[in-house]
Design a protein. Structure first.
Length: 440
């Protein structure tokens, strides 16, 4: 039988990256091989993100690119998964007449069935129903290892926080945590296959286990994973400040394998806006946690997410965000202009700020943060830092690449034999998104 080809594009967060790895496994299971150009494929798939309007619009733009290919080859199957698929469901088939299948967040496992149905019967299909807890726990993604040095391991899915601006709880459904013994067993298996670093993943890992009877806390889970023999490094994402316990903070002073980096989204520095956002903490609560983090682990670097232009944000509110950025001195920040999402509470709020004003604030914040980032990364210049080598560099030239404990990419000339090892590398040049290093 001739092998069929699929092309897959992934947008959005790390949860989608994990789902895409599962998609690759499932499609290989029904005789497909992955290719990197849509015009060579029999099946093209988009795994989509709807966190901001721009991301959502992109999906339709991308689908448009596939239309001429389908006009030439009507047997081409086109599918959409992820958050936009979950949100729009069957409607997408109406809006996009050349689309064949739509699969939602809880239905990745049904993709082979939908593809075979499109292939054999030329039927268009949708699978977007939410599943119950038990079924979801049985379907937690386990993916095959392909020479990976680092892996994401999903520990929980969904989100119950309902931050007022956020679509995620609406499209990803309620929180479920996977049993800790399964997580540890998966990591032991990954390490046996050569994985050296894991990132424990969830929309809100700090609330891991809180809703499961008899389950250990996220901090205890970190302790258990830290003890897995052969594992070199441990990270986690993403954290919600409100559930960041002292027990968890103290892990940064106790666990050797835990990297000295935390992504701790603050969203705003104004108590009034934080309340409207339903974040469940004040600027002071947040700062107290940051202080404790820096006390238990002085080398720790923080990164964050910030939203500018939330409905009703005044200059005073914005100044409080700038003050937060100055106090914490983030090594990096992902800054977003607020984007109203239909169905969320914030979309109903009165918004009297002009887009020009929002843009101007956004640029002020970026300028300030860029100065801080530059300062943080320049501090590494000339230093010799331990780097876990992950693979061949995208830069080519026979370079390899890895990351520092702060999750900063370092490209350097070195032997491929070093892949999977932690090696000391001198930082020779600092760029915006990566460093150039050299073996000392
Ligand atoms: N508008 C702008 N940014 C948003 N985020 C989530 N929802 C929105 C929205 N409606 C940002 C938050 C979150 C990150 C993943 O995306 O900062 O932490
Ligand atoms: Fe969205 Fe808030 Fe949940 Fe993060 S914690 S996914 S921002 S609702």
């Amino acid at each position: 039988m001739q092998q069929k080809a699929f092309y897959l594009e992934t947008f959005g967060c790390q949860m989608n990256v994990v789902d895409s790895e599962r998609i690759v496994d499932l499609l290989e299971g029904i005789g497909y091989a992955q290719v990197d150009a849509a015009d060579q494929a029999d099946l093209v798939l988009l795994n989509t993100c709807s966190v901001r309007e721009k991301a959502e619009r992109k999906v339709y733009g991308h689908l448009g690119r596939f239309k001429p290919i389908k006009d030439q080859r009507p047997e081409l199957i086109i599918g959409v998964g992820g958050c936009v698929a979950q949100q729009e469901g069957e409607k997408m088939l109406e809006t996009v007449p050349y689309l064949d299948l739509v699969f939602g967040i809880h239905n990745v496992h049904r993709l082979p069935e939908l593809v075979l149905q499109a292939e054999e019967k030329h039927l268009r299909g949708t699978a977007t129903e939410f599943l119950d807890r038990e079924t979801r726990l049985n379907l937690f993604p386990q993916r095959s290892v392909r020479d990976n040095v680092t892996r994401f391991v999903t520990v929980m899915q969904g989100c119950d926080n309902f931050c007022s601006y956020c679509i995620v709880p609406h499209v990803r459904g309620r929180e479920v945590s996977r049993p800790s013994r399964e997580i540890v067993a998966e990591i032991e298996g990954l390490v046996a296959q050569g994985v050296r670093e894991v990132t424990l993943l969830g929309q809100n890992v700090n609330s891991y286990g809180l809703k499961e009877e008899g389950e250990i806390s996220f901090a205890r889970l970190l302790h258990k994973v830290d003890q897995v023999a052969g594992l070199e490094r441990l990270r986690f994402a993403t954290s919600h400040p409100k559930d960041m316990t002292d027990e968890l903070i103290d892990c940064f002073g106790q666990l050797d394998k835990l990297c000295k980096h935390i992504h701790l989204p603050v969203q705003s520095g104004s108590d009034r806006i934080l309340k409207l956002m339903n974040r469940g903490y004040t600027a002071n609560d947040y700062l107290r946690k940051v202080e404790r983090l820096k006390t238990v682990c002085p080398q720790l670097r923080l990164t964050t997410d910030i939203i500018v232009g939330f409905p009703g944000e005044t200059e005073e509110d914005f100044q409080a965000t700038l003050a937060m950025v100055e106090k914490v001195r983030y090594a990096d920040a992902f800054t977003f202009l607020y984007s109203p999402r239909t169905g969320t509470a914030a979309a109903e709020l009165n918004d009297d700020q002009s887009s020009v004003q929002k843009q101007e604030r956004f640029e002020r914040l970026c300028a300030q943060q860029n100065r801080n980032s530059e300062e943080a990364w320049q501090a590494d210049l000339g230093e010799v830092l331990p780097v876990l080598v992950e693979g061949e560099s995208k830069q080519g030239d026979g370079q390899i690449f890895g990351r520092t404990t702060w999750n900063r990419i370092v490209n350097f000339a070195g032997d491929k034999e070093l892949i999977g090892k932690i090696v000391p590398v001198r930082i020779a040049k600092v760029f915006r998104n990566s460093n150039l290093g050299e073996l000392p």
